[in-house]
Design a protein around this ligand. Sequence first.
Ligand SMILES: C[S@@+](CC[C@H](N)C(=O)[O-])C[C@H]1O[C@@H](n2cnc3c(N)ncnc32)[C@H](O)[C@@H]1O
Length: 272
Amino acid sequence: MPEDAQNRFEATRPHPARVYDCLLDGKDNYPVDQEVADELARRWPEIRLGTQENRAWMHRVVRRLAGEQGVRQFLDIGTGIPTSPNLHEIAQDIAPAARVVYVDNDPVVLAHAQALLTPVSAAGTTSYVQADLRDPAAVLASEEVRSTLDFSKPIGLTLVAIMHFLEDAEDPYDVVATLVDALPTGSYVALSHACGDAAPASAAEAAVFYRERGVSAPVVPRSVAGIERFFDGLELLDPGVVPVNRWDEDPERRLDEDVWFFGGLGRKHRTS
Ligand SMILES: C[S@@+](CC[C@H](N)C(=O)[O-])C[C@H]1O[C@@H](n2cnc3c(N)ncnc32)[C@H](O)[C@@H]1O
């Protein structure tokens, strides 16, 4: 399809990364995406809060990794449309020489990737890979990953709100295990995921609408145990897999209710 026609097509069809951007109150979206986000929120009012809490959790977990844990390199898979502060802005604010590789398979994210490629400090490095998580070996072998990250030093692997896009038939646990195998000892895995145990009935109704509207591959919520399984072979750090708003709870964002995104942080102790 010629580029103009492709652009018109993209502007008339709701797009998952842009719908997510709407839920974060971002500006990189079209009316068609806003319409879907509004309808999702009408059916399931907590969806905006859950999305925003998930993003705030990413900020906290990266602060903890770059701060207390001293991590200086990050591999962020499923980056999404840039929303400041992005991961590298948080990490490089704490550790100016932090190196960050972003990975996403969505051409819409690629089109906005420039905002991810400007390090906030002269000493820092960022790069972007257009690749699919379902082929983790290709992600690991990419030129950007190999030239940006030093696999002899700890890496923070961040899988924030992405694993629920992989269905069971796509071997999500094997995908994570392949990535973890490649990480050196002392690395960390931060993962958040839509949790079926926590979602209200209205969430299922919103999911049906999302699928019918043809926005993307369906989201596959998993149970708490199903999310904990991603940390097999890792030390799951306190407080375990919990609603993201309860993880290192930010007093400024204290909520009465839990959200439906659960997250956890694991540490790798041995090379498997
Ligand atoms: C819900 S957004 C999360 C964005 C960001 N991590 C956050 O939590 O704010 C999920 C992102 O994962 C990306 N994604 C989904 N499936 C993917 C796959 N198989 N490979 C790479 N990226 C994928 C989507 O394109 C989207 O940008």
